[in-house]
Design a protein around this ligand. Structure first.
Ligand code: UD1
Length: 432
């Protein structure tokens, strides 16, 4: 089984190019099937979740031409089925975007119930509430969500919880509905705006994306478009924390600094120096980090997808920090793994972690519990002297392209190994 072998202790130094945002690309690719014209989507990351979504699209007759590693041309004029239940799609959360996209275009869809990382109960009641408000009937049978409508009609929809997925999904279904839809208490994440921008470039009429009220006026048809996905704020933030955790000096390039403000603010509170330019952010950490408190919140708050990375940094900082997770209810599973390295973290009530910083971590054999926590554990290993391993890296590969290669370029000693023999070789090389 593939795992990362890591020899920690090096400070990461240099520049890293950030790829396209996985979560934006998932919404944009689903949106692309809503027109019969050709769409060209650039800057998509080559990660497992994206490839699974493309495969699911192909399974219903969408033609996907990969023009290069990061670009596709999509022709959805010959969709031959509206049932998506291939085994892979059950593993990704964003399969639900195909429901909104197909419902909008064909008024019917049947998609396997979504999977995704096990980071707490991940309901879809708000997606369903939105589809119903637009006039669809929704039922769950044989592990499929079935949505069906004679006609979709614009509606006023209030989201009880701020949900990225529900906001995007309702937007997808509403752009081809008759009349006006208003989504209140909408998510404001950059990927919501990116999907809205792409839909608008295809002729949709959407106002207010990026605020908490999104207004959509339905159009009859969407048309061809060429579009480039925004940079991935979570990949960027992960490398910014890699600099902080290893007392390094890393410039993340090809980013939108505005999307990184909450991450930047926390790193400054922790004593890092930050330099921003138009499309890059440099993080320099020259001394031991300071403690701070952080609460995850919807954008522009501190992202839940950065919670494990900041917790690892705080676990090495001076003093006591409190991390409050307010989005998901099971997002501290990595704490037991981190304890193997000598960290001192107590989780209280399921959503609060009290972290007493330690001077250093010891090396250990770890297992990635989910995507972002997996990446955070790799960062922890980079800070620990000696050899560590991280198993179950399939989670990390869902959302990070060439993670170990990008880290190697910054001076990390990390390698993907497949067998005990390769691991031993890695260790021998590392000692010499
Ligand atoms: C998306 C991201 C994920 C990120 C999360 C929060 C994708 C593919 N995934 O996930 O990486 O961690 O946003 O930024 O873009 N909720 C309900 N009912 C619903 C939907 C959500 O109660 O119908 C709740 C969830 O349980 C959670 C909160 O709303 O507590 C936010 O979830 P949501 O924003 O929907 O997350 P995802 O779209 O699944």
């Amino acid at each position: 089984m593939e795992q990362y072998a890591i020899k920690g202790g090096n400070s990461l130094v240099g520049e890293v190019e950030i790829g396209g945002a996985k979560n934006a690309a998932l919404g944009v690719l689903a949106a692309a099937i809503m027109t019969d014209d050709m769409t060209v989507i650039e800057n998509i990351p080559d990660v497992r979740d994206i490839n699974v979504l493309l495969q699911a699209m192909e399974s219903i007759g969408v033609i996907v031409y990969r023009t290069d590693r990061h670009a596709v041309r999509i022709n959805a004029s010959m969709i031959s089925g509206l049932v998506i239940e291939d085994d892979y799609i059950k593993k990704i959360r964003a399969s639900y975007y195909l429901l909104g996209a197909l419902l909008g275009k064909y008024k019917h869809a049947e998609v396997a119930l979504p999977g995704g990382c096990n980071i707490g109960s991940r309901k879809i009641d708000l997606h369903i509430k939105g589809f119903k408000a637009l006039g669809a009937q929704v039922k769950i049978e044989h592990g499929l969500i079935i949505v069906d409508a004679q006609q979709l009609k614009g509606a006023h929809i209030y989201l009880d919880t701020v949900s990225v997925g529900a906001t995007i999904n309702i937007m997808l279904a509403a752009v081809l509905a008759e009349g006006k839809t208003v989504i209140e208490n909408a998510a404001k994440e950059p990927h919501v705006v990116d999907v809205a921008n792409f839909l608008s470039s295809m002729g949709a009429n959407i106002k207010g994306a990026g605020t908490d009220v999104v207004r959509i006026t339905g159009v009859k048809k969407l048309h061809a478009s060429e579009y480039s996905i925004i940079p991935d704020q979570i990949e960027a933030g992960t490398f910014m924390f890699a600099a902080a955790i290893t007392k390094g000096d890393v410039t993340v390039k090809n980013v939108i600094p505005k999307h990184l403000e909450s991450t930047t603010a926390k790193l400054m509170e922790m004593g890092c120096q930050i330099e921003e330019s138009d499309d890059a952010v440099r993080v320099v950490a020259s001394k031991r980090l300071e403690s701070t408190h952080v609460k995850t919140l919807p954008y522009p708050g501190f992202p839940t997808d950065m919670q494990p990375q900041i917790a690892v940094a705080l676990a090495l900082s001076k003093g006591i920090s409190i991390v409050t997770e307010s989005i998901f209810d099971n997002r501290f599973k990595y704490v037991d793994e981190l304890a193997k390295m000598g960290s001192n973290i107590k989780v209280e009530g399921g959503n609060t972690a009290i972290i007493e910083g330690v001077e250093s971590f010891t090396s250990a054999k770890l297992t990635a519990p989910d995507l972002r926590a997996g990446a955070a554990l790799v960062l922890a290993c980079l800070a620990a002297e000696g050899f560590s391993t991280v198993e179950d890296i399939k989670y990390i590969e869902r959302g990070y392209e060439d993670f170990e290669i990008k880290l190697q370029r910054l001076g990390a000693i990390i390698q993907k190994v497949e067998s005990e023999k390769e691991l031993t070789k890695f260790k021998l090389r590392g000692v010499s």
